[in-house]
Ligand binder design. Structure first.
Ligand code: PEP
Ligand code: MN
Length: 264
């Protein structure tokens, strides 16, 4: 059992449904954050700006995020645009720094969700915190691990919870970057009907041109929102360059998709 408030009680009234989250994989520079946020703020359907500040890279030697300094850029982008800010947190120190900087929404990444020790430490740091927490599926299609992370964070007192479906690791490197296995989020929704389910089509697709069709499939399955990686200049992005949309592409995509008519 999860003791959560329903979707319409938190993001339904505050952020709209479907909730649309847009922003770069990583916050890279002040200019990149500001220019991306200002362009995204023009898209009325987008209510939350995402940016990774600490990046959980699978292999060492890659860009690992700009760290605490990036939180200042996000605070500035929030003041300039009115967009809510969302950041990935993996440690209690991340939680503390993000909340101090005024971050509005936290998310837990797929690699962190795969480790109950990390989730338990995060849950302790989230105790008594009233910000929404979005919990991605683990790397592998292990629904129990996903549920376990939601339960640990919920038992710490977080009631504004949502799940993010970002697909599952395939060994074969062709086609989609991560396999959707739609039956897994569908089963989670069956078990927890009040839990909002957001799709991250960017990490499923792995290529920007495949993002829209995955996003539409998620909406057709009545998912409650989308998180879409968007960068002012994707070709020079320091992480996930191949899958990010430009703000203009995001705007066009959101404008051309058919949204569900239900409001619950
Ligand atoms: C991300 O959102 O940029 C990210 C690292 O995602 P995931 O945890 O789903 O791999
Ligand atoms: Mn990414």
């Amino acid at each position: 059992m999860l003791d959560i408030v329903t979707a319409s009680e938190w993001f339904g009234s505050e952020f709209g449904r479907p909730i649309i989250i847009g922003g770069p994989c990583s916050a890279e520079t002040r200019e990149q954050v500001m220019s991306t946020a200002l362009a995204i703020a023009e898209i009325k359907e987008v209510s939350i700006f995402r940016a990774g500040v600490w990046k959980p890279r699978t292999r060492p030697g890659n860009f690992e995020g700009a760290g605490n300094e990036a939180l200042e850029w996000l605070a500035e982008a929030k003041a300039a645009t009115g967009l809510k800010m969302a950041v990935e947190v993996a440690t209690p120190a991340h939680v503390e720094a993000a909340l101090k900087a005024g971050v509005d929404v936290l998310w837990v990444g797929a690699r962190t969700v795969s480790n109950p020790f990390s989730v338990q430490e995060l849950a302790a740091a989230l105790g008594g915190v009233d910000v929404p927490v979005l919990v991605k599926n683990p790397i592998n299609p292990d629904i129990e691990l996903w549920i376990g992370a939601l339960e640990r964070i919920n038992r710490a007192g977080c009631k504004k919870l949502a799940a993010i479906h970002r697909g599952f690791y395939p060994f074969e490197k062709r086609g989609l970057r991560n396999i959707p296995r739609w039956e897994v989020p569908i089963e989670l929704k069956r078990l927890f009907p009040n839990l909002p389910m957001i799709c991250d089509p960017s990490h499923i697709a792995g290529k920007w041109e495949l993002v829209q069709s995955i996003a539409q499939q998620a909406l057709d399955l009545d998912m409650d929102g989308l998180m879409i990686e968007t960068h002012i200049n994707p070709s020079v992005a320091l992480s996930d360059a191949r899958q990010q949309l430009t703000p203009a592409q995001l705007s066009e995509m959101v404008g051309s998709m058919s949204f569900p008519t239900s409001t619950t």
